[in-house]
Design a protein around this ligand. Structure first.
Ligand SMILES: C[S@@+](CC[C@H](N)C(=O)[O-])C[C@H]1O[C@@H](n2cnc3c(N)ncnc32)[C@H](O)[C@@H]1O
Length: 242
């Protein structure tokens, strides 16, 4: 392993604290970075995900996990969603920005909380969305169990995240790109090349979209589908509570 790439923490508390320190630093520039790293594609992928969420109905209840600076809640409202939206995140710094961006929007609320302890009753949401959040829960099977529990019957889980291409050589190329582009933007936006190295650290520990689909299947999700972007470097994953 490259010596300056740290190991992605396995312990839940350690990983959550590490993530909090990362997003404390990157929050002011987060929106710029997501556009830059995805070649400007991130907005288009998120828009499609929001449109899918909207297909369930304008007045449905939506939970956006790891909401960050509220990109998905904002898109949902812009596309005409009117039902209640709850955004949950652990980072105060990201939530400050989310609250400012959604300050004029009725029915959009934010909650500071941890992905490991979702404070919601069973069957409480029609849709659970998540943008770039699946690399953070250390125990994916139990996290997906909890998501399934809080979804209403026929409710959907929609996630957009980085991914792992099937081809080993393309995967190495993609990791190399994320490392170099992350170093460039880390230096340009924060004066520290290592600021975004956690993306590669987390991807090294991430099982990838195909394994994730299998884990969702084992958890009891139905109608699972995976749509890859940029040859598998990112992926939208969907599943439904049967
Ligand atoms: C890459 S950002 C994604 C933000 C947003 N969803 C988007 O698509 O742009 C990941 C978010 O996950 C949050 N996060 C990481 N670990 C978490 C945890 N254990 N509990 C809650 N939120 C967490 C971070 O604070 C950060 O805002």
């Amino acid at each position: 392993m490259t010596p300056w790439i740290k190991r992605w923490p396995e312990d839940a508390t350690e990983r959550a604290r590490y993530a909090e320190s990362i997003f404390h630093r990157v929050a002011p520039r987060y929106d710029v970075l997501t556009r830059a790293l995805s070649f400007g594609q991130d907005g288009r992928w998120k828009s499609r995900l929001a449109q899918e969420a909207l297909r369930a109905g304008e007045h449905t209840r939506v939970l956006d996990l790891a909401t960050g600076t509220a990109a998905l809640p904002m898109l949902l409202r812009r596309l005409g969603h009117r039902g209640p939206i709850v955004g949950l995140d652990r980072s105060r710094d990201m939530l400050v920005r989310a609250r400012i961006k959604c300050s004029g929007m009725n029915g959009v609320t934010f909650l500071r909380g941890d992905l490991g302890r979702l404070p919601f009753a069973s069957d409480s949401f029609d849709t659970v969305t998540m943008g770039y959040g699946l690399r953070y829960p250390p125990d994916l099977p139990s996290f997906l169990d909890r998501v399934l529990r809080i979804l209403r019957p026929r409710g959907q889980f929609l996630s957009l995240d980085f991914g792992l291409p099937e081809s080993a050589s393309y995967r190495s190329l993609g990791m190399g790109y994320l490392f170099l582009a992350g170093s460039f933007w880390g230096l340009a936006l924060h004066g520290r090349p290592g600021t975004y190295h956690h993306i590669v650290e987390s991807l090294r520990a991430y099982p990838g979209q195909r394994v994730l689909a299998a884990v969702m299947n084992a958890a009891g999700f139905a109608d699972i589908s995976v749509e890859e972007h940029l040859g598998g470097m990112a992926a939208t994953i969907r599943g439904r509570k049967s």
